[in-house]
Design a binder for this molecule. Structure first.
Ligand code: AMP
Ligand code: MG
Length: 391
């Protein structure tokens, strides 16, 4: 059995290398750039009007004759003489020899003549070529997580495909003879299977899309064969159940038989003690305890950061905060505790029903209080560390 810190430390040393894929920009929301992107064009590509108004050559003149019109999308470059103006609209090409745009609210127009009411400064209201970015300049650097604005920005540079960190392909392998699919009539001695849908949701919330669900009975050969199949095709395998010490817990043996290297087994924590972590080639395996609350806590603390790291994200851990405890907490277990809790403002309360089988409490939680294995008592008003579950 190892400590929580040691287990985290082991996981932190992976992955050793990263892989990338090319995706269409439209499918890249929240993905992380695997390459520096240099601008293929100047942005804006030509001098643009920032206003609806009139473009002219700056002079002492207060009166101009409108000779042409330039609307957005027009490609004609008019040559203006002194005293002449072009009617112009936002985003339209400013004629080369015009240097100023006046907004239409600041002129009085009669027919084709405009009279300036309020002269702008010279060069006003013209977006310069490359004002946002010049051709060849770094647009976004490797490691940038693409938000909506970044996607729009790259599209504005004419980019349609990009290289991103490959999001992991994940299999969720659920074990248990007692498990029945929700939607069917529950038979005596059986329970509805809930870990797969819960883990699937947790994966989706961090952008994992390629998820395969596999259900197997507590049968050594079936478990072994399904593990074998997924190891060669997935980046991460999340196994639920069958990792404890019961007579029908075959997962560890089946993993070892498949030559998955055991990196740790059993962590000094509650819940989630039987957690197993291993690796074969570039596939990582988390064998999570079957108890639903344990499985989810182990996912949050251990699997989630690795999945995010493989996806190229920098902030891989759920946010930790130090707040005031509203509850007395006794810890005589010598284990690190992760307690389902409700955080409000600067204080946190332990919720009733901490059993690792209870998802009900978890569903009402927005935080996990972390109590160090060496801490035996937390009094009301003491500072405690908690992990926020709401982003
Ligand atoms: P195990 O780790 O396989 O010994 O399972 C521990 C407990 O979690 C048992 O009470 C199981 O019935 C329950 N359990 C295991 N897998 C699931 C699952 N996929 N959904 C809901 N409960 C489960
Ligand atoms: Mg089981």
């Amino acid at each position: 059995m190892i400590s929580v810190d040691k287990a985290l430390h082991i996981i932190k040393s992976f992955p050793k290398e990263y892989t990338f894929e090319t995706v269409e920009l439209r499918n890249a929301l929240n993905l992380v750039l695997f390459e520096d992107i240099f601008s293929p064009i100047n942005m804006p590509p030509f001098r643009q009007s920032a206003m609806d108004g009139y473009a002219f050559r700056y002079s002492e003149n207060q009166k101009f004759t409108i000779v042409e019109e330039s609307k957005a999308g027009d490609g004609h470059n008019y040559v203006l003489n002194e005293g002449e103006a072009v009617r112009i609209f936002t985003g339209a090409l400013v004629p080369d020899n015009a240097d100023t745009v006046i907004m239409q609210e600041h002129v009085e127009r009669e027919g084709e003549i405009i009279q300036i009411k309020k002269m702008p400064f010279q060069f006003a209201n013209i977006r310069k070529v490359g004002e946002q970015i010049n051709i060849g300049e770094l647009a976004l650097k490797k490691g940038t997580q693409l938000n909506e604005a970044a996607i729009g920005f790259l599209a504005g540079l004419g980019i349609t495909t990009i290289s991103v960190y490959k999001t992991p392909k994940v299999a969720i392998l659920v074990t248990g003879n007692e498990l029945q699919k929700p939607g069917t009539k529950l038979e005596l001695g059986r329970i509805y299977e809930s870990n797969s849908i819960m883990l699937e949701a947790a994966l989706k919330s961090i952008g994992v899309k390629d998820i395969e669900l596999i259900r197997v009975k507590d049968n050594y050969n079936s478990i072994k064969n399904r593990i074998k199949k997924t190891l060669s095709t997935k980046d991460i395998l999340l196994i639920s159940g069958g990792i404890s010490v019961g007579d029908y817990d075959f997962v560890r043996e089946a993993l070892l038989e498949n030559e998955v290297e055991e990196l740790f087994y059993k962590v000094n924590q509650k819940p989630g003690k039987p957690l197993w972590f291993g690796k074969k080639a570039n596939t990582y395996v988390f064998a999570l305890p079957g108890n639903p609350a344990s499985a989810l806590t182990c996912f949050y603390i251990y699997a989630r950061p690795l999945l995010k790291k493989i996806s190229g994200c920098k902030n891989n851990y759920l946010q930790k905060v130090k707040v005031i405890s509203k509850t007395v907490i006794n810890n005589s277990s010598g284990k690190t505790l992760f307690l389902k809790a409700h955080l409000e403002g600067n204080s946190v309360e332990v919720l009733q029903g901490q059993s690792s089988a209870m998802l009900y409490t978890y569903a009402l939680s927005n935080a996990l209080i972390c109590v160090d294995s060496e801490t035996t008592e937390i009094k009301i008003g003491d500072e405690v560390e908690c992990i926020k579950l709401v982003l």
